[in-house]
Design a protein around this ligand. Structure first.
Ligand code: FES
Length: 152
């Protein structure tokens, strides 16, 4: 093997290796698919959310509102300004944001800025006495769940 052919082979081998290293991330990117949608959240037994309550779901930015009339709603508890987790605002029956002071009324409407958008509501359903919500599936704010007789 001549020096010239050795250098030619070495150059081609290096180019092939370099191309492979550059192409691998592109192949991975092209074959990337979104993972499964966020799983539904088990809020807990329906009986844990009595009529007239507005309670957070443990470990989730989600609140279950059980109106005195019996209707239920799942409200996402992230501020629509920049996403801070919301706190209950007992004085208004709604929520307040500890980051920049936005306030939301009990329906989730923004009543004090800087947030201007209402809180999203999530799909909510009951199975065998347990409430489930799916934050990945927003529903119109007026959507309510009415439990069957014998429910919570
Ligand atoms: S993140 Fe809530 S007011 Fe800014």
């Amino acid at each position: 093997m001549t020096r010239r052919s050795f250098l030619g082979r070495a150059w081609r081998a290096g180019a092939a290796l370099g191309t492979s290293l550059l192409a691998l991330p592109l192949v991975r990117f092209a074959s990337w698919q979104a993972g499964p949608a966020q799983a539904a959240v088990r809020a807990g037994p329906a009986s844990a959310f009595p009529p007239g309550s507005r309670l957070p779901v443990a470990g989730q930015p989600l609140w279950i509102v059980h109106e005195a009339g019996g209707d239920l709603a799942a409200v996402l508890g992230r501020c629509t300004h920049l996403g801070c987790p919301l706190e209950s605002d007992p004085s208004s029956g709604g929520w307040r944001c500890p980051c920049h002071g936005s306030r939301f009324d009990p329906s989730g409407a923004a009543v004090h800025g800087p947030a201007t958008r209402p809180l999203p509501h999530a799909a909510l359903w009951e199975e065998d006495g347990v409430l489930w919500a799916d934050p990945a599936h927003p529903v119109p704010a007026g959507t309510r769940l009415r439990l069957e007789e014998g429910g919570a």
